[in-house]
Design a protein around this ligand. Structure first.
Ligand SMILES: Cc1cc2nc3c(=O)[nH]c(=O)nc-3n(C[C@H](O)[C@H](O)[C@H](O)COP(=O)(O)O)c2cc1C
Length: 203
C-alpha cells in the first residue's frame, strides 16, 4: 500500500496502543530510514543519528524512564532520533565529496565559519534536522501501512545513559512505529489558520 503525501498527512495520528505481536520486516525499516536520510540538512552535514532499539530488555528499561508508556515496548520498531552536535567539524569534506574541489573547499570553510563557537546554533541545527527526519519517517511509515507515535515523554538523561549516548550527541525525540491495536482518540482540535499563518509580519 502506498499513500500520496496529502493522504498520509491526513491519515497520520499518534498511536498510543500498538499491536505488540506485530513484527515489521527489516526491509520496511530500511526503506523508511533510507528515504528519511534524503531529507535536507543545513550544509548537508547529515547530523542526525537514528538509534534502532531492537533489544527487548533495553526497551523495557527505556519504558521505565518514559512514564511507563506502552508504545516503547509494544511498537514494532522504536527509533531514538539523536543529533551529533559536532558533526559539522567531523571531516566535513565528506559532506561535499561529489562537488567540484573548489566548491568543496568553499563549503568546508563556510561550515566552519557558521558553526565554530556557536553552541546554540550547533544544537538547534540538530533539532531542525531530526525534526524534519521525524516528519518524513512518520509519513513514509503511514504510506506503507504503519502508524507511528512521536514521543518526548521520557527522561532524556536516563535514556542517554541506557543507550550510551556519546558526549557530543543530544537525544531529540523517539518515533515508535508499528500496527495500531486501538483506534486513536478524536483529533484534539485544529487551531484557526488565522492564528497560525502570519502574512509578512506579526504586527
Ligand atoms: C514532539 C512530540 C512529542 C510527543 N510526545 C508524546 C509522548 O511522549 N507520548 C504520547 O503518547 N504522545 C506524544 N506525542 C503525540 C501528541 O500528543 C500528538 O501528536 C498530538 O496530540 C496530536 O495528535 P495526532 O498526532 O494524533 O494528530 C508527541 C508529539 C510530538 C510532536
Amino acid at each position: 500500500m502506498t499513500l500520496d503525501v496529502a493522504s498520509a498527512i491526513l491519515a497520520r495520528r499518534a498511536t498510543k496502543v500498538f499491536d505488540a505481536e506485530h513484527r515489521m520486516p527489516e526491509e520496511d525499516l530500511e526503506t523508511i530510514l533510507g528515504l528519511a536520510r534524503r531529507m535536507p540538512t543545513a550544509f548537508n552535514i547529515q547530523n542526525w543519528r537514528f538509534v534502532v532499539v531492537k533489544d527487548t530488555e533495553l526497551r523495557h528499561e527505556i519504558r521505565k524512564v518514559a512514564w511507563d508508556q506502552p508504545q516503547v515496548t509494544d511498537a514494532s520498531a522504536l527509533l531514538i532520533l539523536c543529533a551529533d552536535i559536532r558533526a559539522w567539524e567531523k571531516s566535513p569534506a565528506r559532506y561535499w565529496e561529489n562537488a567540484e574541489p573548489d566548491t568543496r573547499e568553499m563549503m568546508v570553510g563556510a561550515i566552519d565559519q557558521y558553526y565554530r563557537g556557536r553552541e546554540q546554533v550547533q544544537r538547534d541545527e540538530g533539532m531542525r534536522s531530526c525534526g524534519m527526519a521525524a516528519g518524513a519517517i512518520m509519513l513514509l511509515a503511514q504510506s506503507m501501512g504503519y502508524t507511528t507515535c512521536p514521543m518526548d515523554g521520557f527522561d532524556f538523561d536516563a535514556v542517554g545513559k541506557l543507550i550510551h549516548l556519546p558526549e557530543d550527541h543530544e537525544i531529540v525525540m523517539f518515533v515508535a512505529l508499528g500496527k495500531p491495536a486501538k483506534e486513536p482518540y478524536p483529533t484534539g482540535g485544529i487551531l484557526p489558520a488565522s492564528e497560525i499563518i502570519i502574512r509578512n509580519t506579526f504586527s
